[in-house]
Design a protein around this ligand. Sequence first.
Ligand SMILES: Cc1ncc(COP(=O)(O)O)c(C=O)c1O
Length: 365
Amino acid sequence: MSTPSAERGSVLASVRLAVRELTGYKADTTPAEVVLDANECAFPLPEELRRSIDRKIAAIDLRRYPDPEQRGLKRAIAERLNLDPAGLVVGNGSDELIAILITAFGERPAKVLFPTPTFAMYEITATCHGVLPIPLPLAPDFDLDVERMVEVAATEEPKLIFLATPNNPTGRRYDEGAILRLLEETGAVVVVDEAYADFCGATHTGLLARHDNLVVMRTLSKVGLAALRVGYLATNPLLAYQLDKVRLPYNVGAIPQVAATAALNRWEEIQPAIDQVVAERDRLAAALGAIGGVKPVPSDANFILFRVARAAAVHQGLLEQGVRIKRLSGPALEGHLRVTVGQPHENQRFLAALAAVVEALEEEG
Ligand SMILES: Cc1ncc(COP(=O)(O)O)c(C=O)c1O
């Protein structure tokens, strides 16, 4: 039975205004032969590792709930990164961890500060939780204006600062000195989002012992395991204990737990794909810079932001040639597109299509 429209209108009017006005996160699902828009890892898992994961999944008793405390997975994370398992919280992707943090620290009227442009979910999740997002523009070269962040933190008193390093979509990483200033001079909990840290080798987990207001967040999504939806954060055990109360019971299924544990325990088989992405990234950046009118931003991540005239038309032209990359919005990203590093043949296909589209648009005038 359909709902009468007047009734439906009143239901919608009860949805919080901030949510009604929000533009939600929408992943592009336009079919394409070459998909380079979501910062996934293009290289497949080694076959032997994949088979071993499949065998472990086959042995799961599907009648039972998964381990609510994710003990095996936490042990594997702790061993790989040399961390205290008691300081870990595991989420259904780091997206869930962002929501857990905002729920735990978002006593209204709380505020959340982050430099922008950055990962959209900090702002979206804050808004959905009735917490005020404070986006603070990066410097024109996409570096962090740490002086300004400290100043704004002093007046606005945010409970949380989100800092993605390397940042998405710029690919730039920030100095540890800047992070230390935020930790020591703002009074906020600083969430260092290291979703792309594997591609630059820089991690800030070494600061955890000295800074109780630090949370380091990481994910398996960018290293070939995006389908699992496994992210984790590391912080001091007392804060982890509080955050764990916010986490939904059984938030990570048995299949992702088992698969992620197996992959973490055999990291030496994951690492070669990361090394290949880094090598391909550098080749791709050089090739992009060689196309007239295309200006890549130096990247420490597994994607490259680049500036190009008529970016929307270039994006559409690439789609027509079967190549999907990421269109970006917002004033600082005007004229920019973002491409994920692919396998060599995918990068070649993208570069050839880009050169052709740029040339055709130039001829069109
Ligand atoms: C900076 C940053 N943090 C977090 C995420 C989300 O990762 P997950 O797949 O673990 O939810 C992304 C995904 O693109 C990201 O770019």
